[in-house]
Design a protein around this ligand. Structure first.
Ligand SMILES: C[S@@+](CC[C@H](N)C(=O)[O-])C[C@H]1O[C@@H](n2cnc3c(N)ncnc32)[C@H](O)[C@@H]1O
Length: 230
């Protein structure tokens, strides 16, 4: 949480976008394109400094491994474990990043997270796919993986100014109408909703930072720390 000690991307957004295309060369072009679009559509440069460069990190809903790649670019030296219920995404992540013995990718859900095994947990742009009624349990299960004193970094995408919230609700309706998505839902989630869950679980301090300027989604970064006891 102390951004002065956090990971740092060595290049700006354009430079990192170019490096990403080269780094993912083992993947077919459509998969590399997907990674590039994903990189361009979220504020990674504002997010990466929230992580400490050491420790055991769990990335819940890791998708094709973009956070793992960016953390290594930012000199993250610890062990990284990415989990996702979608085997296609996990397979893709493993193909381009699994050669690094410090990285592990698994097809599994948050219910399988081992207790107190990690010093940092990330949930990046996943919660809008979890039905609102189930988010408390989801976050609780992710927190169970944290050791005392560990930190959680969550990126939500459903906050910000009124027009962005309206766009998100429109997307929600379209997704429901089309029956699209691999998640259980498309239901916008903002930072304060998640901060309330972290507060109830006893984390402190908790910060919510708007990081969506320049993007179509109202991205919010929620950070919290588990008390150093127990
Ligand atoms: C928008 S993608 C974000 C992927 C990655 N975190 C990133 O930022 O590039 C959402 C991810 O959440 C995953 N997901 C959906 N439902 C999930 C669940 N119940 N538990 C964990 N991950 C889930 C999807 O498979 C997908 O990879």
């Amino acid at each position: 949480m102390d951004s002065r000690q956090g990971c740092r991307l060595p290049l700006g957004r354009r430079g990192e976008a170019r490096v990403l295309l080269t780094a993912a060369q083992v993947l077919p072009f459509p998969e590399r394109l997907h990674l590039s679009v994903r990189f361009a559509s979220a504020p990674w440069d504002r997010l990466v400094p929230s992580f400490s460069p050491r420790g055991d990190l769990l990335d819940v809903g890791c998708g094709p491994g973009l956070l793992a790649h960016l953390l290594r670019r930012a000199r993250f030296e610890g062990r990284y474990t990415g989990i996702d219920p979608d085997p296609r995404k996990v397979g893709r992540a493993d193909r381009w990043l699994g050669g690094d013995p410090r990285n592990r990718f698994e097809t599994s859900g948050v219910e399988d997270v081992p207790p107190r095994a990690f010093s940092q947990v990330a949930i990046i742009d996943v919660l809008y796919l979890i039905p609102r009624s189930g988010r408390g349990t989801f976050v609780e299960r992710a927190l169970a993986g944290l050791r005392p004193g560990g930190s959680i970094v969550i990126l939500t995408s459903g906050g910000g100014p009124g027009w962005k919230r309206l766009l998100d609700r429109l997307q929600e309706r379209l997704a429901v109408a089309a029956g699209v998505t691999r998640g259980a839902a498309v239901e916008p989630c903002d930072g304060e909703e998640i901060a309330t869950l972290l507060r109830a679980a006893g984390l402190e301090p908790i910060t919510v930072t708007a990081v969506g300027s320049g993007y179509t989604h109202g991205f919010e970064l929620v950070e919290g720390r588990l008390p150093d006891r127990g």
